[in-house]
Design a protein around this ligand. Structure first.
Ligand code: KG4
Ligand code: ZN
Length: 334
């Protein structure tokens, strides 16, 4: 059996996989209530909480499934990117357990775990265009197989989820901003306020969202009697149009009709509907909502793929806070 651990930010996730790659069970401890009053994740609080809850979570999962430590044959853990304190808790725990049990340790990258989370529920044929939209990252990939992912573009400043969270804060709404903005937007008019669609027409697959966030800030200063629901709906439409248009453009320019959208923001209903209404010959795949946001099941799946290939981590390997993928060379013009 394989044990998977996810502690890259404010969620503590643990999962068990069978040797055949079947998800047996995944559990999650969410710290949302802890960070909500601060309007965002407080890194020091996050890592302390990870330390407190990780071991009890693993213990109760093993007890519930009646799995003994001896039955664990490999451990997969998120190495980065993320908050370094939170990552250190999971990685140190995994290294210690792997050393004590003399079993392989597998290093999983959080972004690629999101990218392949769709495989928890269905097979997708390669190649596909993968859009990752989370709280920490916004990136577009051409995915040729599990090892071969070419970065087409990424955000030059804020990530999409981060902007949802920051706009929520401007509106006095709690963290995380995505779900609450999405719920309020349902009641609002998406065409009420004119907001920019950054970099939509530019010849690049990169994104930039900090200007959109500033535009919302300026709007709230100017319109003293703004309607919260209309601001949410207009903002949501602006950001989703950029994400959908750029992703579909990549699918068409590269002639790759399979598109996978993953990461926390892919749980957004408006984004899902917009993709489906704008697609032509493309097939758009979204993971179930519980696999969009952080979880250990996605870490376990990619960990299992690496386990079967014998790709093991060196115990001296350290976790990393920042993503280090490079953009593909000779990108086609958009
Ligand atoms: O993937 P994730 O759980 O964590 C990171 O890897 O960052 O993504 C969290 C982000 C948060 O910014 C949250 O506001 C956003 O995903 N999010 C949403 C929705 N649900 C979560 N954004 C828009 N609409 C949603 N329904
Ligand atoms: Zn994530």
């Amino acid at each position: 059996m394989l044990l998977a651990i996810e502690t890259s930010c404010d969620e503590t996730g643990v999962a068990l996989f069978s040797e055949e790659g079947k998800l047996i069970k995944d559990v999650l401890y969410s710290q949302v209530a802890l960070h909500s009053p601060f309007g965002g994740v407080v890194p020091e609080l996050a890592s302390r909480k990870q330390l407190e809850v990780l071991y009890p979570l693993i213990k109760s999962l093993l007890e519930e499934r009646k799995v003994s430590l001896k039955e664990l044959k490999a451990i997969a853990v998120t190495y980065g990117p993320g908050l370094i304190g939170s990552l250190l808790v999971g990685v140190t725990f995994a290294k210690t357990l792997a050393l004590a049990l003399k079993i392989p340790l597998i290093a999983v990258d959080h972004i690629f775990a999101h990218l392949f989370s769709i495989f928890l529920e269905r097979e997708i044929s390669f190649p596909f265009i993968g859009l990752i939209v989370s709280g920490g990252h916004t990136a577009l990939f051409l995915v040729k197989d599990f090892e071969n992912c070419e970065l087409l573009g990424h955000t030059r400043d804020d990530a999409a989820g981060e902007v949802f969270d920051k706009v929520a804060k401007l509106l006095g709404l709690p963290y995380p901003g995505g779900p609450i903005i999405s719920a309020l937007a349902e009641l609002g008019d998406p065409d009420r306020y004119d907001l920019p669609r950054p970099m939509l027409e530019e010849d690049t697959f990169d994104f930039s969202f900090s200007g959109l966030k500033t535009a919302v800030y300026m709007l709230l200063k100017k319109e003293k009697n703004f309607v919260k629901e209309d601001v949410c709906a207009s903002f949501q439409k602006a950001i989703c149009e950029v994400l959908v248009n750029k992703t579909l453009k990549a699918a068409r320019v590269l002639n790759v009709p399979n598109v996978v959208v993953a990461g926390g923001v892919s749980a957004n209903d408006f984004l899902r509907k917009l993709f489906l209404s704008k697609k032509e010959k493309e097939e758009i795949y979204f993971p179930s909502k519980k696999f969009c946001t952080d979880n250990a099941a996605m870490v376990g799946f990619l960990g299992w793929i690496k386990w079967k290939k014998g790709e093991f981590a060196d115990l001296r390997q350290e976790p990393y806070a920042r993503a280090f993928f490079k953009k593909a060379k000779n990108l086609p013009r958009t």
